[in-house]
Ligand binder design. Sequence first.
Ligand code: FE
Length: 207
Amino acid sequence: MSDTHDPSSQPAPVAQRAAALEAALAERGILPDGFVEDFTRHSEEQWVTRNGAQMVARAWTDDAFRARMLADGKSAAAELGFGMPEHHRHLVVLENTPDIHNLIVCTLCSCTAYTIIGAAPDWYKDLEYRARVVRESRTALREMGLDLPGSTEIRVWDTTADTRYMVLPVQPPATRGWPAEQLAGIVTQASMIGTERLDGAGRAAGA
Ligand code: FE
């Protein structure tokens, strides 16, 4: 295995590395049968953006739930039947207002409340996003299509292993009175990360 120490050698493609890791774990009896398949099915079918969207829609239509969700997001998620891994000890819900905009990042890697808002999109994992939203949030957001006025305060939240975040977007005024089920349909993952607003704030004129 001398080539593994050759600094000029390239790592194998990620799929190949994942397969090798899975085989090594299985060989040692560390990987229970079907674990990877179960995990994959869970992540695709149950850990979806729709979960967070339903929480947002409920918060928009039920003030008491909104208060509970802002006080303890993890318990509010559980009320609607949405679980989180044990090591996600807190779900902190960040309330946007017309003048305050919250934005989530994981500067170390790619952590999110993935059982609630769905798996992180590729751009969320990019070093470019992770570095620039901290150093120059306003410019980075503008380049992603969200051009917030200078009067809007931007708050950036760095995810940790045990504290996960989701943004509670401002409800678009035109949707007042809609049933929760219909409201859930307009809530995007980006709006719960904070790279998009649903209320029209920061949208370029004519867009
Ligand atoms: Fe991370």
